[in-house]
Design a protein around this ligand. Structure first.
Ligand SMILES: Cc1cc2nc3c(=O)[nH]c(=O)nc-3n(C[C@H](O)[C@H](O)[C@H](O)COP(=O)(O)OP(=O)(O)OC[C@H]3O[C@@H](n4cnc5c(N)ncnc54)[C@H](O)[C@@H]3O)c2cc1C
Length: 311
C-alpha cells in the first residue's frame, strides 16, 4: 500500500535524557537509525535522526542529553476498496439486488462520484452501520502513557502496545506538557524528576538482575516507578464508525490536549483518505450537532449551547 501523504506529525516533542551509559546507547541508536534510513530510503527517518542528533548535541555541554522524537502517526493498513465496500453495504439496505453483485470495483470518476454521494447522504442521515465494514490501522509513536490510557478506553477498537515488560525502559523518552515546557523552573524540575526516575529504574533493574531476575522478570517490576509521561508506541485499528465516534469526543476542545492533538492528526489522515465518510461534520460532536452539548461550565464557546438555541 502506498502510504505517501498519510502520515501525521504533531508539533510537540518527546524527550529522553542520557548520561554516560545512555550516551553509548544513544550512539548505537543513532547509528541504527541511520542504517534504517539508508536501508529503507526514508528521508523522513533520516531527518528525525538528524533532528534528534542536533537536539542532543545542543545540550551536551549542560550535561543533559535530550533525545527528541515527534508525535508520528502512520496509516499502515486499511480495508481495500473501502468506498466500494461501504457503498455495497449501503445499497444492500435499500436494494432488492444482492450486494455481491453490487460490489463492482469502479475507480472511474463518474463511478466514484456516484458512490461517494450516496455514502455522504447515508452518513449525514446518521445511518452509520455500513461504516463498520471498513477499518483503518494506525501506528502511533511519541504519545505519553497517559494519552494511551485515554485512547484504550475506546472499546470498539484493537490495540497492540509496546510492552514495558518485554522492552527495557532505561532509555525511555517522555512527553513534556506545553505548560511545563514553557516555564523554565517547572521544566527543570520536570526534567530532573525524569532523570531521577531513570537512574532509580536502572538501579532496580541491576539489583533484580543481581538476584537472578533477568530481562522481563526485572523489567516487569522496575516499570512500577515509570511516569505517565513516558513515551509509548501503539498500533490501533478502528472501524470508520468508531473513528467518527472517537473524533466526536476527542477532537472536542474539552478533551485533554494530548489526545485531542492525536485525534486531530488521525482525523486529518482520514479526511484525506476517505473524504466521503470523514466530511465536514467529522470532528468534535458540535460540528455535526450544530450546538455544544457540554453545558455552560464546560463549553469552549465555539458553538451555542443547546439550551440557548431552544429559547
Ligand atoms: C472530556 C472527557 C472527560 C473524561 N473524563 C473521564 C473521567 O473522569 N473518568 C473516566 O473514567 N473516564 C473519563 N472519560 C472517558 C469516557 O468516559 C469514555 O470511557 C471514553 O471517552 C470512551 O468513550 P465511549 O465509552 O463512548 O466509547 P467506546 O468505548 O469507543 O464505545 C463507543 C460507543 O459504543 C457504545 N458502547 C461501547 N461499549 C458499551 C457497553 N459496554 N455498553 C453500552 N454501550 C457501549 C457506546 O454508545 C459508546 O459511546 C472522559 C472522556 C472525555 C472525552
Amino acid at each position: 500500500m502506498n502510504n505517501s501523504g498519510l502520515e501525521g506529525v504533531g508539533i510537540y516533542k518527546v524527550w529522553g535524557i542520557g548520561s554516560r551509559d545512555w550516551r553509548r546507547k544513544r550512539g548505537m541508536r543513532r547509528a541504527s537509525e541511520a542504517r534504517r534510513a539508508e536501508r529503507e530510503g526514508e528521508e523522513e527517518a533520516r531527518m528525525n535522526a538528524d533532528e534528534r542528533g542536533r537536539a542532543e548535541d545542543a545540550v551536551e555541554g549542560a550535561g543533559v542529553d535530550m533525545a527528541g522524537a515527534k508525535l508520528t502517526i502512520r496509516l499502515i493498513g486499511m480495508t481495500p476498496n473501502a468506498v466500494d465496500v461501504v457503498y455495497s453495504a449501503c445499497r444492500q439496505c435499500y436494494s432488492p439486488a444482492f450486494a455481491g453483485d453490487e460490489f463492482r470495483p469502479d475507480a472511474s470518476v463518474q463511478g466514484m462520484k456516484k458512490k461517494e454521494a450516496l455514502i455522504r447522504k447515508v452518513v449525514a442521515s446518521g445511518h452509520e452501520s455500513p461504516l463498520e465494514h471498513v477499518s483503518m490501522t494506525f501506528a502511533i509513536r511519541g504519545i505519553s502513557r497517559s494519552c494511551s490510557l485515554q485512547l484504550v478506553r475506546h472499546r470498539l477498537a484493537s490495540y497492540s502496545q509496546q510492552s514495558q515488560r518485554y522492552v527495557n525502559m532505561e532509555d525511555f523518552g517522555y512527553v513534556i506538557p506545553p505548560t511545563i515546557e514553557g516555564d523554565k523552573e517547572l521544566r527543570e524540575m520536570f526534567v530532573a524528576t525524569m532523570e531521577d526516575i531513570r537512574q532509580k529504574y536502572h538501579r532496580i533493574v541491576r539489583a533484580l538482575n543481581g538476584k537472578g531476575m533477568k530481562g522481563e522478570l526485572a523489567n516487569q517490576d522496575a516499570r512500577f516507578i515509570l511516569p505517565e509521561a513516558s513515551e509509548t508506541k501503539i498500533v490501533v485499528t478502528m472501524n470508520c464508525r468508531e473513528m467518527l465516534h472517537f473524533f466526536s469526543v476527542r477532537c472536542c476542545n474539552r478533551a485533554q490536549w494530548e489526545i485531542r492533538r492525536l485525534a486531530n492528526e488521525m482525523l486529518r489522515v482520514c479526511k484525506e483518505k476517505l473524504p466521503s465518510i470523514f466530511g465536514e461534520e467529522a470532528g468534535a460532536k458540535c460540528q455535526k450537532l450544530g450546538y455544544c452539548p457540554e453545558g455552560p461550565k464546560n463549553t469552549c464557546g465555539k458553538y451555542s449551547l443547546k439550551e440557548e438555541l431552544m429559547r
